[in-house]
Design a protein around this ligand. Structure first.
Ligand SMILES: C[S@@+](CC[C@H](N)C(=O)[O-])C[C@H]1O[C@@H](n2cnc3c(N)ncnc32)[C@H](O)[C@@H]1O
Length: 378
């Protein structure tokens, strides 16, 4: 995703729907779903994720493990501290890189805890790097973090200039937010499913539109899809995982990375129960079925295809593990933290709050099973 690519059409007073409609008309009635998402979510001024609004939390559109409270960051800090100590034997500096930091809460929770878990000497050698591609979000993050002053935290636009990194990477609910393509089976042939427009006088309505697939990566991806799917079967494909992983791979010498997200195996996504795909939108904690209805005003997402992500990671010589339930990952990682809590008094009000957050993060009916943790390393 590039800020430059969309800046050309930026119009601060406009509505993102007008920009999308304009591009569809320039594109002879069709834009890819990926391009629709780039504009609806990431237009530099008008996109859902770039606007200055609250998106994550109980009083916003959706919750994430980060927004449940500090607990998530505290457990991750315990887990990361061991890795950072090991890597510090090989490099003067160590890093935690975070993608998709949104308002910076996770960075502050992790760094606050690491400042207590690591020696003063090692904490001074630690850089927490937030990668935020969008300038308005970078400014907001820098303003928030500069008032907190916990260790070395920097906010950069991409990993391009970073190299020789040793450390950890975390992306919580980032993979599902990356723009993806859609495909639909028609008469035994996969077509690209994009976005078109219906105009009725001044009124315009975005609609689904189909076109022969032209993108080479998409052509080679659908060639691997099962042959016996019914006509109309619809699926999502992210052809940008490789680009994301290439940037990460060239920056790190030694990495233990974690993407945490909702997702499925490729076979599960090709199951007949998912014949309409998994694309969906969220607004005010409500599921929105028609994802084309209010561009710029709701989140658009789909289940991550973990097998496809792992195959892309393998091409960049990462070793990946089978994704595990957040429940399993956090209960293992939480052990030292839970022992610490026990020592400081389980009845203490602050600790009781944290334990309640922990229950929410691991409970199978809330977040424990829906979210999976995918580890990749080099
Ligand atoms: C669903 S939100 C999750 C926010 C936060 N990590 C949390 O768990 O509360 C997805 C985030 O990923 C960010 N994002 C999308 N593409 C990105 C990219 N290429 N690099 C870094 N962040 C990205 C979005 O701007 C948004 O902040």
């Amino acid at each position: 995703m590039s800020e430059q690519a969309t800046e050309l059409t930026a119009n601060e007073n406009g509505h993102v729907l007008d920009l999308i409609a304009g591009e569809i008309e320039e594109g002879n009635g069709f834009i890819s779903f990926e391009r629709f998402m780039e504009l609806a979510l990431y237009h530099p001024q008008l996109g859902y994720y770039t606007k200055n609004i609250k998106r994550v939390g109980k009083d916003a559109d959706f919750i994430t493990s980060v927004s449940v409270g500090k607990c998530y960051g505290l457990i991750l800090a315990h887990h990361f501290s061991t890795i950072l100590k090991t890597f510090s034997n090989f490099s003067k500096e160590v890093v935690v890189v975070e993608l998709g930091a949104e308002n910076g809460d996770l960075a502050l929770d992790i760094m606050g805890e690491l400042s207590m878990l690591l020696s003063k000497e090692l904490f001074e050698r630690l850089n927490y790097i937030i990668v935020e591609p969008f300038s308005l979000k970078r400014q907001a993050l820098k303003a928030r973090l500069s008032s907190e002053r916990i260790g070395n935290i920097s906010v950069i636009s991409d990993l391009e200039k970073e190299n020789n990194l040793y450390g950890v990477l975390i992306g919580n609910e980032v993979l599902d937010a990356l723009p993806f393509r859609r495909v639909r089976l028609r008469d035994k042939k996969w077509m690209e499913l994009g976005v078109g427009i219906n105009r009725d006088g001044e009124k315009k309505k975005l609609i689904e539109a189909e076109k022969c697939i032209q993108n080479e990566s998409l052509i080679s991806r659908v060639a691997d899809f099962p042959k016996e799917l019914p006509d109309g079967f619809t699926a999502e494909v992210n052809i940008n995982f490789k680009q994301l992983l290439s940037g990460i791979s060239s920056s790190f010498v030694k990495l233990e990375g974690y993407f945490v997200d909702y997702g499925s195996s490729h076979d599960e996504l090709m199951d007949l129960s998912r014949s309409e795909g998994t694309v969906r939108a969220y607004s005010g904690h409500q599921y929105v079925k028609n994802v084309l209805l209010s561009p710029g005003f709701n989140d658009i997402t789909c289940n991550v295809d973990f097998d496809w992500f792992r195959a892309s990671a393998k091409e960049h010589e990462f070793i990946t593990n089978e994704p595990i339930d957040q429940y399993r990952f956090l209960t293992n990682a939480a052990e030292p933290w839970l022992l610490q809590i026990e020592k400081s008094g389980i009845q203490n009000v602050e600790n009781m709050k944290l334990i309640n957050q922990f229950k929410m993060l691991i409970h199978p009916t809330t977040m424990g099973r829906a979210f999976k943790v995918l580890k990749f390393q080099k």
